[in-house]
Design a protein around this ligand. Sequence first.
Ligand SMILES: [Zn+2]
Length: 252
Amino acid sequence: MHLRGSRRRLLTGAGTVGAGAIALLTLDACGGGGGEGAAAQTAPDAPDLTGLESAEDIWQALLDGNRRWADGAAVHPHTDEDLREELVEGQAPRAAVFTCVDSRVAPELVFDTGLGDLMVTRTAGNVFDPLVSESVSYGPAALEAPLLVVLGHQKCGAVTAAHEALLAEVEGAEPEDHGYALPETVNALRPAYEAAAGGPGDPVDAMIEANVLLTVEALKAHPNLAERVADGALTVVGAVYSLETGLVAEVS
Ligand SMILES: [Zn+2]
């Protein structure tokens, strides 16, 4: 069920908020009175993830938002003061997104969403370790978000640097000195490098996609998530964002 911009959420409880604990409060955006300027900021066709329960519907809403973003028609929903105040009582993000730190890949913008919609974790090259995976799994595990998106991106500097370093290692060459080092990130990307090596197409693009797919599989098996995946309560999707087109494409 899509909830339009004239509706707002009222969340009960703090911290862990199950779907059953969510009550919806309808406000009349056209009813006059104070505080309605905020509701007017949300266009009628803006995505409201609040009422969406299925991962499929949530993913489609995110792809719809991404299309608006790519078309230069983003509406930037859920940035109003009323919603900020309502969210003080609790949060129920509908999706978690795990992506890169790259400044050009801001998930709330890329998917044209707003406050309270997405729980986002970001690391260089969207690589993870036990510490990071606890953050990635928090939204789906503790807040019952039905969708987890692993989002790689075109022209990822971290993956490019890792590819260069690992290729130099294979060739026995001295890695180029860039004045910084990402040894942990390079090591974390080694499986993606090996998975993509020798394949067709651009090797860095292939490594970016391989990293996404390997991360999806690893997260599906994470102790916090495996049972929810098996029960069908959580869907983990892999995707890559194009800086050139602004579009997100699912990979599998
Ligand atoms: Zn990146």
